[in-house]
Design a protein around this ligand. Structure first.
Ligand code: AMP
Length: 296
């Protein structure tokens, strides 16, 4: 595996059908699963690691976002990645960034409403990665369901010749969705953090039992989250997977998304509900502690 910091080097090293896994580093099994999915479908896999300042707002945690490049390089190499593209901030934003990519309504609710400017940062950096690295297939996690809808909109609207794959959410053994930010959750806040996934599993149960009204599902989640006074809930929404538009009745695939803050750590999670099968996608659970906590 080679670690490079320019688009030209990455393009030279990646051959054939190229898979891209864009990340902000501090890898966990969710990232590894994206690399594995890319390996199974493409000839060479490029993993980008870039903590993108443009997608962090003033209130966000850019300064304390966990980072450990050497650890990431080892994990990417062990997973079988061919190239790590780890550019500097100056390389990605050499001068004032004149062009900002904005996808409109798909980016306006939920995360867009609570983190103004966040998705413009995401779409601008993803557009740069797609233009500079020219992958054939790009892999994203459904953990960030609205982001996935936003990236799909970007790719269609700007005609990037790339296929976008959305992969299942990987969870810790107790159900907590893996996030690099989980390392910042103190032991005392762990039970509260778990309330997000617990509430979503109740939603999934109700959906599989036949409930199709968004209000009933969000009330269920809110009641469950309400048992945790240390959690400050930002939103609970039911939105179409295709365009992140909120819906009252579920008649196409949706995701139920929750976001909140505990102990200064902001967490998001969701489950996908598919009315064509009547099934909820609850993601995948690890059966051992995550590599986030020092294991292998
Ligand atoms: P991040 O490094 O957090 O920006 O995430 C990089 C990619 O990994 C994004 O496409 C995320 O959606 C995806 N990802 C993050 N957490 C998970 C998870 N628990 N399961 C699956 N994919 C994930």
């Amino acid at each position: 595996m080679k670690v490079v910091s320019t688009f030209e080097e990455a393009r030279e090293l990646a051959g054939g059908n190229v898979g891209l896994v864009p990340t902000m580093g501090y890898f966990h099994e969710g990232h590894v699963s994206l690399i594995q999915a890319a390996l199974s479908e493409t000839d060479s896999v490029v993993v980008s690691i870039f903590v993108n300042p443009m997608q962090f707002g003033q209130q966000d945690d850019l300064e304390t976002y966990p980072q450990d490049s050497e650890r990431d390089f080892t994990l990417a190499s062990d997973a079988g990645a061919d190239v790590v593209f780890a550019p500097s901030v100056d390389y990605m934003y050499p001068s004032h960034q004149r062009t900002v990519v904005s996808v409109g309504t798909v980016a306006e609710g939920m995360e867009g409403a609570h983190r103004p400017g966040h998705f413009d940062g995401v779409t601008t950096v993803v557009a740069k990665l797609l233009a500079g690295l020219q992958p054939n297939v790009a892999f994203f996690g459904r953990k960030d369901a609205q982001q996935l809808a936003v990236v799909r909109a970007l790719v269609v609207d700007l005609a990037f010749p790339v296929s976008v794959r959305g992969m299942p959410t990987v969870r810790e053994a107790d159900g907590l969705a893996l996030s690099s930010r989980n390392v910042k959750i103190g032991q005392a806040d762990r039970a509260t953090a778990l309330s997000l996934s617990t509430s979503l599993m109740l939603v999934a149960d109700a959906f599989e039992a036949g409930e199709r009204e968004s209000q009933a599902l969000t009330s269920l989640a809110r009641d469950s989250l309400g048992l945790f006074p240390l959690l400050s809930v930002d939103y609970v929404e039911v939105a179409q997977s295709s365009d992140a538009r909120t819906v009252e009745t579920i008649d196409a695939e949706v995701f139920v998304a929750v976001a909140g803050t505990v102990g200064g750590v902001r967490l998001i999670d969701n489950v996908t509900l598919d009315p064509s099968t009547g099934r909820a996608d609850r993601g995948i659970r690890l059966n051992q502690p995550s590599i986030l906590y020092g294991g292998s």
